[in-house]
Design a binder for this molecule. Structure first.
Ligand SMILES: [Zn+2]
Length: 275
């Protein structure tokens, strides 16, 4: 695997779960080929620490506006104001995490969730920034909103994609890539495996969502978290499903990552000197 490079296109390395060990986790992954990562955030209180962490570890910062809670507390307008000012203050290389979760649809929180996502898309378009989109359980709603913005040059990733091949095609035609993580290593996730194997080349990227989206091999331990090095297992599964080598899978996903997030910082490890 010498010289292999790969990117984590969606992670939360500034999460408290990494307070004690993010430097070590990134360092371990660097020696395996981690070239960069998009450190995502969901709201204003995270921006400063995540931006500083990304800078310290030579990773990339994304400013997001997304409320995953069951009863959103902060008004969408306030979150969007904070997002706008973060773009001036921290110069993020993308806008994310943004999106809609299926649990908010058909509830009193559907309208604020739609307002927040639509507003975030407009801020990203105005600033010419790509987006990382949470679409779990809401693929059809996200697709409809993105189609309405199709005249802009908006690009991005549908994070943790778990839709059908038809939905994948819709997003790819809109200029989006599809993000896959530990779901590929789960033998029970048969549809995801089938869809992934049939995707057109260059349309997918890999991600951990770390510390979330814990691989099924770690789930026996309730304290387990995902970490950047888990991408090696994801790449092995991706390569097996597509009938290519792990190096080819790493390179295909890296090129797709840089295409959609051209400002991702890239650091090639000095692995050649080690082995
Ligand atoms: Zn996330």
């Amino acid at each position: 695997m010498s010289g292999m490079r790969f990117f984590d296109t969606h992670c939360h390395y500034a999460d408290n779960a990494f307070d004690a060990d993010i430097d070590l986790c990134v360092q371990k992954a660097r020696t395996a080929g981690l070239a960069g990562a998009l450190v995502c955030t969901c709201s204003g209180h995270e921006y400063e620490a995540a931006s500083a962490l990304a800078q310290r570890l030579n990773l990339s910062f994304a400013a997001g506006a997304f409320d995953f809670s069951s009863s959103p507390q902060i008004a969408p307008q306030r979150m969007l104001e904070q997002l706008s000012s973060a773009i001036d203050r921290f110069s993020p290389c993308a806008v994310g995490e943004i999106g809609i979760d299926g649990k908010h649809l058909k509830t009193e929180f559907e309208a604020p969730a739609l307002a927040l996502f639509t507003g975030a898309i407009e801020i990203a378009s105005d600033n010419n920034l790509p987006v990382s989109v949470h679409a779990r359980g809401a693929m059809h709603v996200i697709a409809r909103i993105l189609k309405a913005h199709a005249s802009t040059s908006l690009k991005g990733v549908i994070h943790a994609f778990n839709g059908s091949l038809e939905e994948a095609e819709i997003f790819v035609r809109l200029g989006f890539k599809l993000g896959f993580g530990s779901i590929l290593t789960n033998p029970a996730a048969k549809r995801a495996a089938r869809v992934f194997a049939a995707l057109r080349s260059g349309s997918w990227v890999i991600e951990t969502d770390a510390p979330f989206m814990v691989p099924c091999t770690k789930k026996m331990n309730p304290a387990a978290k995902s970490e950047p090095l888990d991408l090696i297992e994801t790449l092995k599964a991706a390569a097996a499903l597509r009938g290519i080598t792990i190096e080819a899978a790493a390179e295909e996903s890296s090129q797709a990552a840089l295409e959609v997030f051209p400002m991702l910082k890239t650091e090639i490890s000095s692995q050649k000197n080690i082995d």
